[in-house]
Design a protein around this ligand. Structure first.
Ligand code: NAD
Ligand code: ZN
Length: 381
């Protein structure tokens, strides 16, 4: 089959590899209909995630048609069109019973590790992902969800990660009626966090980024105010000024470790070590939120990014919440919002690229070229 193939930092290509097979009785094989590139894939692409092995196929956001099922699979049948949450989870361990599917103990039990994720290095289980014609889906009875007939597949593929992650970011913010919410990052996750903040009762939503076309998009799509951080000297001061000098009620980090280097580059006019840079978005969030407020973090930080201004957070009495999204938990509510017309996720899709051109697709998304927000890779039929 044709599949995205990681060759090393900044080098990916489409290549042929053997078709996946049923390895366990509860596996399914899915023929991919859509797969996306995620901001999380950029951490891999940039070589920042440990144990990302040459030859791996990325892709944790995909939909597809069930091609084969193992003998113990009960909830799926050949021909079903499914969306597959990015978490690989068992559905029955201590954590899954608490609906913490991103922390499943049976797919990755190391204390410091996330649960397993498709196409996300051996740190996250070593499973190949869906930027391919076919993908092996383990524990197929729990993750994959049949796409409702009236749901557009372009909407469905965004339910595998970006939308539920943005939604969970807002949820973890504990937004109360009328709250002011500041979202750092106008990528797909930040855009959906902004949109979700309104659904949860926010009275004001402000999005911060430095990519003008993304700020322009989110301003219209999520009816929010925007701040280009390159036009601001002191972020916390700027946000306080916008909020009667109190600070925001909730700040959301939808940036993560790597992209945060941008902020420090802006402040210093040159690149410094990413480790220091990673602190910047968290500093901004912690310093921009009001006393007693909440900082919700969904941006991903690799192991080198540990500098958190915890002293400020303590003195201000903040609540810090963070996690990998627990995709499956949010699906019923999000599908309802889409069906009712309150959410229209597919509007963020700007690019549709044949899988053969995966190298160009990564380059364009990574470099923020051609007004790219979300790219769908389309496998050859
Ligand atoms: P993306 O790369 O498309 O978007 C990130 C945005 O942040 C970009 O528009 C970039 O210009 C902006 N940015 C960079 N530095 C900034 C700064 N200092 N302040 C404000 N904005 C800044 O990525 P995405 O797909 O939207 O994902 C965003 C983050 O969420 C990534 O770190 C990704 O790994 C993470 N993520 C987490 C989960 C989860 O379950 N927790 C799931 C999906 C994605
Ligand atoms: Zn993702």
């Amino acid at each position: 089959m044709l599949a995205m193939n990681y060759r090393g930092p900044y080098r990916v290509r489409a290549d042929y590899k053997p078709d996946p097979e049923i390895e366990h009785p509860n596996d399914a094989i899915i023929r991919v209909t859509r797969s996306c590139i995620c901001g999380s894939d950029l951490h891999l692409y940039h070589g920042l995630v440990p144990d990302t092995r040459v030859g791996m196929t990325f892709g944790h956001e995909f939909t597809g048609i069930v091609e084969a099922v193992g003998p113990s699979v009960q909830n799926l049948k050949v021909g079903d069109h499914v969306l597959v949450p990015f978490n690989i989870f068992c559905g029955s361990c201590f954590f899954c019973q608490k609906e913490l599917y991103g922390n499943c103990h049976n797919t990755n039990s190391q204390a410091t590790a996330v649960g397993a994720i498709y196409g996300y290095s051996h740190t996250a289980g070593g499973y190949d992902g869906g930027q391919a014609e076919l993908v092996r889906v383990p524990m197929a009875d729990v993750g994959p969800t049949v796409i409702p007939k009236d749901l557009d597949v372009d909407d469905a593929v965004l339910l595998t990660d970006a939308l539920p992650t943005g939604y969970q970011a807002a949820e973890m913010g504990g937004i109360e009626q009328g709250d002011t919410v500041v979202v750092f990052g106008a990528g797909p996750v930040g855009i959906f966090a902004a949109k979700s903040a309104w659904l949860m009762g926010a009275g004001r939503v402000i999005v911060v980024d430095h990519v003008e076309y993304r700020l322009e998009f989110v301003k219209n799509y999520a009816q929010c105010e925007v701040v280009n951080f390159r036009e601001v000297n002191d972020m916390a001061e700027h946000i306080k000024k916008m909020t009667d000098w109190l600070g925001a009620d909730v700040c959301i980090d939808a940036v993560g470790g790597e992209a945060a280097g941008n902020a420090l580059q802006h402040l210093t006019g040159r690149y410094l070590k990413l480790q220091a840079g990673s602190a910047t978005v968290l500093h901004w969030a912690i310093n921009s939120v009001r006393k007693g407020g909440t900082v919700s973090i969904v941006g991903v930080y690799g192991p080198t990014f540990n500098a958190v201004p915890i002293g400020n957070a303590l003195n201000k009495g903040l609540t810090l919440r963070m996690n990998q999204a627990s995709v499956k938990r949010h699906l019923p509510r999000l599908i309802e919002h889409i069906q009712a017309g309150r959410l229209d996720p597919k509007q963020i899709i700007t690019h549709r690229v044949p899988l053969e051109e995966v190298s160009d697709a990564y380059h364009i998304f990574s470099s923020k070229l051609d007004d790219c927000i979300k790219t769908i890779l389309v496998p050859p039929n």
